[in-house]
Write a protein that binds this ligand. Structure first.
Ligand code: CMP
Length: 139
């Protein structure tokens, strides 16, 4: 995946709360182009595989249960400096610490149910994008 791309997913709390439209609107208004988008529901195994890096963390099982509790909207986005700019747009992992105006500040419920994911590096963006989308879907 080119380095001007990042991976995101709108998480089950935000989809269930009806925030998909407003979140996508803010993403596009911030200059990100949507390269790929779909709606899926993860199995417990898929959630565990996606978050394998957190397997030893105390919140791992709860995170997997939450992530397969409802539909999610994975997307690949394109913009110059995509990874860094997108993490600024979504704000801190914990919405209580997220800056005013960020997506998590506006739409997240809690540290776990934090509305949206954003890749933390170009390398992880490529791996995470490939988890959900084929090469043909990422042209
Ligand atoms: N201390 C924590 N307790 C519960 N959930 C967490 C904690 N830290 C991170 N998470 C969740 O784990 C997720 C890892 O990916 P994200 O950074 O997108 O969002 C994170 C939260 O949803």
């Amino acid at each position: 995946m080119p380095t001007n791309r990042t991976f995101t997913m709108i998480k089950p709390d935000a989809v269930a709360d009806g925030f998909t439209g407003p979140i996508i609107q803010q993403i596009e208004a911030a200059g990100f182009k949507i390269i790929a988008l779909k709606k899926v529901q993860l199995s417990s195994e898929e959630a565990g595989a996606f978050y394998a890096v957190h397997a030893e963390r105390p919140f791992f099982q709860s995170l997997c249960d939450y992530m397969c509790s409802g539909a999610i909207i994975p997307m690949v986005l394109e913009k110059e400096n995509a990874v860094e700019d997108f993490r600024k747009l979504i704000g801190a992992t914990n919405p209580a610490q997220a800056a005013e105006g960020t997506i998590r500040k506006q739409f997240a419920r809690s540290l776990e149910s934090n509305a949206i994911h954003g890749s933390d590096s170009d390398e992880n963006a490529a791996v995470e994008g490939a988890f959900f989308f084929t090469e043909k879907e990422l042209v």
